[in-house]
Structures are given as C-alpha cells and as structure tokens.
Design a protein around this ligand. Sequence first.
Ligand code: HEM
Length: 304
Amino acid sequence: MYGSIGGWMFNMYLKSFSNHGNKEASLMIRALLKSSDIMYRSVYNVSRPEDFDELRQNQNFLYSITKRLVIEALSDANSSRKSLASVLTSLDMSIEQITTAFVGIFQESVEPVSLTLTWALYHLARSPEVQEIFRKKIRKIISLSNYQPNLKRQRIPNRQYLEDPEIIEYFNKIIAETFRLNYPTIGLKRILQTSRIISGYSIPANTLVSTQNQLVGRMAKYFEDPLIFNPERRFEFKSMVLMPYGIGRVCGGAWFAKKIMLIALVNMVSSFEISYNYEDIGYINKLYNQPSRRIILTMKETKI
Ligand code: HEM
C-alpha cells in the first residue's frame, strides 16, 4: 500500500518491498503506526505525559520526508504522467499545503488498507472453497497464453481484470464480508453538537461518539451465523448497520483503496493457494483493529 500510494502522489514507487528492504519506508511506516497509537490514547483519554513530544517527533519526521518527496515529484517535469503533487501545484497550493495534505493521506490510508488486506487473506486462507471460486473467475480473464512462469512480475500481464464485472462483484463481496468481521478501524466518529438521548442514554453536547462496526458486524440480530465468513451473504451497507467508507463526510480515498486491494488480492489468489493452519486469531481494538498476533500464512504456488 505504502509503495503504491507513492505512484499516485509523487509519481514514484516508494520501494517498500525492495529486495534489501527500504529503510526510509520502514521508518515512515513506524512513524505512522506510532502516531496512530498516540492518537488512540488521546481519543480515549489515556495519554501518557511523553505522548505529545513523541507525536511531534513522529509527525515532524513524516513531514520532512514527505516534503522532500513532494519537491522531487515537482522537479520531475519531464514525466508524461502527472503526479497528484503537480496537479495540486497547478491549483495554486503551496508545497507546505500539499505536504500537510499528503501526511494526512499517509496517515489515513496505509493502516486501513494493510489491515483489510491482511484480514481478507486470513479469511480466504481459512476458506479454500471461496478462494477457488475467486480463482476460477480470475482464470476466465487471465488466459493460459498470457501465463509466463519465468517472468513472475508479468504473471498478470494486463489489467483487464480491473474492469471485469464478475471479478469486481466477487471481490466486493469478499471485502464486504471482511469489513463485517474485521473492520479496520473502530467505526465512524462524530462530536455531538447538541445534547441527545441515544438508546435511552442522555449524552451531553461535545461528546465524542463512535459506531462500533466490528461489534455490530458480529451481532446475530443483524447477521445469521455471524462468525461464518460467507461472501454470498446478502446485506446492504447503506442500511446504516455498517458504513465502511463513512456517510456524509466520507473517505477521500475509497476508490484508491478498492483498486489497490483488488490488484493485491487478484495477484495473490491467482498465483498462490493460501492456507492457514493454526488457531483462530483474535483482534486488539485500537485506533485501527489489529490482529492479536502475527498471522502466518502458507503460500503454495498454483499450477495453471
Ligand atoms: C480499506 C480502506 C479504507 C477504509 C475502510 C477507509 C475508511 C475511512 C473512513 C470511515 C473515514 C472517515 C469518514 C468520516 O469522517 O466519518 C475515512 C477518511 C479518510 N480517508 Fe479513508 N479509508 C480507507 C482507505 C483510504 C485510502 C487508501 C486513502 C487515500 C488514498 C484514504 C483517505 C482518507 C482521507 C483523506 C480521509 C479524511 C476525509 C476527511 O476528513 O474529510 N482512505 N476513511
């Protein structure tokens, strides 16, 4: 996720998966994770005295690297593809404004996408039959003649699948079911403008209220056999039970999140049979809902 978002914002891949690892990418991701941990403590009034200084250091670090990347993107005037940074300068935004916006985008995007993908792979690994249905749909589009075993990076040589309605429909079902069982964040948050009575409780104005998406997604009242991962389940997010990308003021990168997750899952599922052979994984509710421990998946290369 971190690598790909660089392509969109700066017109350069950020090398987070380079063979030798990319130190800067790891430091950036660490700063993002630390910042969200501190924000989580602040939201729940359990801040530590050192949090403010740590948040400032991490945000300064993110800002300085992002600003350098913005400047590099803007100096790459010869590129045929425009970066978001260059589009924003043409709208008269200053380098500082673009940098601030981009730090926000990093903060809002890296964790939810990585976590959703992690949970989706975990559920797929435990549901070989769902994986097989998805793989068959992908194979219909990616023909044998396109398969080049010695050129793994070109294994899916064209991006036809990005527009294939059958693949997209099934991908949407997989992600919807992943959101239901393991939504990456707590839920939607708002500060009450006026005092309200909610479910019989009197809540004063200026209180931070939040939906609890994962809890609702697992309630038998709304979903039959709620703990079963079943992409064929019929439900409607707009029913207000779950709103994965928000309502009213919504996610600014939903389209990007969907594309990145589609590309990642199609590549993984078409190339590997994924399995998970250990006990159930729990989750830790923080600003972002994390797995309670490392998820170890077994990946076996598929034969076409
Ligand atoms: C699975 C992935 C993602 C989920 C579930 C998700 C969900 C959300 C939600 C629920 C909000 C809050 C809306 C509200 O204020 O109530 C939000 C805000 C936002 N998201 Fe996402 N998001 C995802 C990925 C991304 C990505 C990839 C980007 C950028 C490329 C992004 C950019 C943003 C931005 C900029 C905001 C702030 C919007 C504002 O404050 O007005 N998100 N997202």
